[in-house]
Design a protein around this ligand. Structure first.
Ligand code: NA7
Length: 537
């Protein structure tokens, strides 16, 4: 049964999304620890609790954007579409919470404000925004990588007479766009998903684009009973493939270089990949993210597609990405995104050419025009990876603040621990592959590693684990080297680099060395007695 409120717990977990739910299950049901999850929302879901904007669905395919730890669970759950819609993912996570009786240890409507390590007692003291205090030996953040909304500082918003929303903080009730004049800022994955859906309802949609983006057709559709049956019969192999692949997706990356084949063959492969759709497009050749000349062939292919879809050549030109190579920013996938600009009720505004200067009571003002609006949608992304961690006042040994330790950018060991912050684990933290992978694979790997780490400590009579500063330094350098071995740093405005948030230090945050490789490193660290960590009684 759950420990009484305020009692001393073994572990506190922050967040009840994919990561927090599984961490609770592992520590409570496999290790028998007393665990409490603190969750800001009023239900489970994490990222999918907040992202309910029109068109919101996952870019990974449903059957593998799911937990693999329970054969019974994966056999009983029936996905209805190739890509799960936000509501379907919430129902899935709700089902998991009920099935494994997780809700009784989750405190909803509880946002963590601060956490402080008490060295004398070797415990973490956590304070909620409501002023409650809880304490535990281990503190585990499961706060997500894309959960702190990025709001551009545009003057005048407070005087706007219409309604406005950030996609990552969407209200629980539907927003009705029927007959409305809507302005949407941002053309990342989110803006590209929302644009076609809003355009169908709105009287007029104006899309404010700063950087043109590549996008691949998702080719979403219903999941047939036969497909589902075949998947369920093959789950063991599918999961194994996901775990051993470079990015947690259960598909093969071609062994060919884009430069090794004839132009005709290359085109045929790109056409086939375009028709099949989805993030798998990147797997058409092995070197699209490592060789600029190879990447150019993919970038050019997509540019030509955009020009062939969009009828007005001027609009097509504005939509054609020029600032970064394909997939060096997280590549969106879409349903009729480019086609939407052929509609009569959609306008594309290039805010690099004519920047937004402010919001007036009636709409958005750019340097050369006024756009009267009833609704503004901010699809402006997130303060990724570090944002949700630094939103809390986390203090480690001797009162050292995480905000100060990371003032020049995040520094972690394996993305799992920060030197000076004993017994704090960060699931999918900066320095881990997380956002470059199919997230549930990364989450399960971290949660299981943390669980084994705590189990081993218990078996050995140890109570404290902390990253060694030198090991963390080496890991930070390795994360940098891994990024520099790819083309990813060429996108100098990407959120991987923190470049989307004014004033954020430019550090390439995720580990680009590959998921399977990363999991192997973590396994070896554990096998060598937690090399690079200091553990004590
Ligand atoms: P992204 O990918 O960060 O996209 C945000 C978009 O908003 C992008 O087009 C930005 O332009 C634009 N943006 C950001 N700030 C501003 C300001 N101040 N003015 C105008 N436009 C701005 O976020 P998403 O929510 O689309 O996707 C996040 C991840 O979720 C995605 O990568 C997937 O992993 C799932 P920019 O390109 O910076 O010029």
């Amino acid at each position: 049964s759950a420990p009484p409120e305020g009692a001393e717990l073994d572990a506190l977990v922050i967040g009840a999304g994919f990561a927090g739910l599984y961490q609770l299950l592992c520590l409570r049901d496999r290790l028998g620890l007393s665990v409490r999850v603190l969750e800001a929302g009023d239900d489970v879901g994490g990222t999918w609790y907040w992202n309910r904007y029109p068109g919101a669905r996952c870019d990974s395919e449903s059957y593998y954007y799911s937990y693999s730890f329970s054969e019974a669970l994966q056999q009983e759950w029936n996905w209805t579409e190739r890509y799960p819609q936000h509501g379907e993912i919430r129902r899935y996570l709700g089902h998991v919470a009920d099935r494994f009786d997780l809700r009784r240890d989750i405190r909803f409507n509880t946002r963590v404000a601060a956490a402080e390590y008490d060295e004398a007692n070797n415990r973490w003291h956590v304070t909620t925004e409501g002023g409650e205090r809880l304490s535990a030996r281990f503190l585990i953040t499961a706060v997500g990588c894309l959960s702190a909304a990025n709001f551009p500082r545009i003057p005048g918003l407070e005087a706007f007479r219409g309604r406005w929303y950030h996609t990552g903080r969407w209200p629980q009730e539907d927003v009705d766009f029927t007959g409305q004049r809507v302005g949407l800022i941002g053309t990342g994955s989110t803006g590209i998903q929302a644009t076609p859906v809003i355009a169908e309802k709105a009287a007029h949609l104006t899309v404010f684009q700063r950087t043109a983006n590549y996008s691949i057709p998702a080719r979403n559709g219903p999941m047939s009973a036969e497909e589902l049956k075949a998947i369920k019969a093959d789950y063991a192999a599918i999961r194994e493939k996901g775990r051993t692949s470079i990015n947690g997706h259960p598909f093969d990356v071609s062994e060919h270089s884009a430069l090794d084949v004839t132009p005709e063959e290359r085109l045929a492969r790109y056409e086939a990949a375009w028709e099949r759709g989805g993030l798998r497009f990147r797997a058409a050749f092995r070197d699209l993210l490592t060789d600029k000349a190879a990447n150019d062939t993919a970038s050019d292919f997509i540019r030509a597609k955009i020009r062939s879809i969009v009828k007005d050549p001027e609009i097509a030109e504005r939509l054609t990405p020029k600032d970064h190579p394909f997939a060096t920013k997280r590549p969106p996938i879409d349903t009729e995104y480019f086609e939407t600009f052929n509609r009569g009720n959609v306008t594309l505004v290039d805010i690099k050419a004519s920047p937004i200067v402010g919001i007036t009571p009636d709409g958005i003002r750019t340097s050369d025009a006024d756009y009267p609006l009833d609704i503004i949608v901010f699809a402006t992304g997130f303060d990724a990876m570090t944002g949700p961690l630094l939103a809390m006042d986390i203090r480690g040994r001797e009162g050292q603040r995480l905000q100060e330790s990371w003032a020049a950018g995040p520094r972690s060991y394996l993305g799992l621990q920060v030197a000076g912050f004993p017994n704090l684990f960060t699931i999918t933290g900066p320095g881990s592959p997380s956002v470059l992978t199919n997230m549930p694979v990364a989450i399960e790997q971290h949660v299981e590693w943390i669980t084994e780490c705590i189990r081993t400590m218990r078996d050995e009579g140890l109570t404290r684990i902390e990253a060694d500063p030198a090991a963390a330094e080496r890991w930070v350098a390795h994360v940098n080297d891994a990024a520099n071995a790819t083309l990813l740093p060429l996108a100098n405005s990407s959120w991987y680099l923190g470049a989307n948030v004014p004033g954020k230090p430019r550090v390439f945050m995720p580990y680009a060395g590959g998921m399977a490789n990363y999991a192997r490193i973590c396994r070896e660290v554990a096998e060598k007695g937690y090399e690079g960590f200091r553990r004590s009684a």
